[in-house]
Unconditional design. Sequence first.
Length: 221
Amino acid sequence: MYRSLLTDEEFSRALHFGSGRDKNGVADRLESDGNEIVSIDPDSNGLEQNPSESKVKGDGQRLPFEENSFDLVFSEYVFEHLPKPSAALEEIDRVLRPAGSFVVLVPNPRHYYALIADRTPFWFHRLWFRLQGVESADDDRFPTQYEWGTFSDIHATQFDWSLEQFYSFPGPTSYTKPLPIHFAFTLLDRSVADYPQFHVAYIARYRKRESVEARQPTEIN
């Protein structure tokens, strides 16, 4: 769904915010003749593995770009790692052109997975994924903050953006599959299926307004 939304976007220059090594090839699927995708990440190792032609090492909370630089900014599973997500959102607003889009995929800090992850040490996260046979556990796991990304956060943006599309996903997650009580977690996810404020992840598509006229979002659960 996330890739589908991005594919539908028309842009000449886009920013892959917190791209890392782009392990899922998101940016690669968007590149075509005439457009440019800039990948930015603070992790040198991730950028070295990123196949993008345009790469910048930098802090998403202090973007090294001029105002109105991009038609599209997109980010997947990054905001849960930011200590000051409000600063990152302000920067995205600054570099996004009028009528430009911001598409974000983020886990819900109120879901049980995020609550458990927030209360366990970082070394345990890496160990957990190694036990599941994830070879890139050390490359793709970073400390989490969970300072932004709730249902309320996404619907209460402070910028001159309209929330045009919103998707929520109730689970279940794959993280509990190795546990003998995975069935219980599955039942829990099903019990909150009609309550998006407790879903595991969200996708939001914002449009920076050219005028002050408000638009109503399309919500799909």
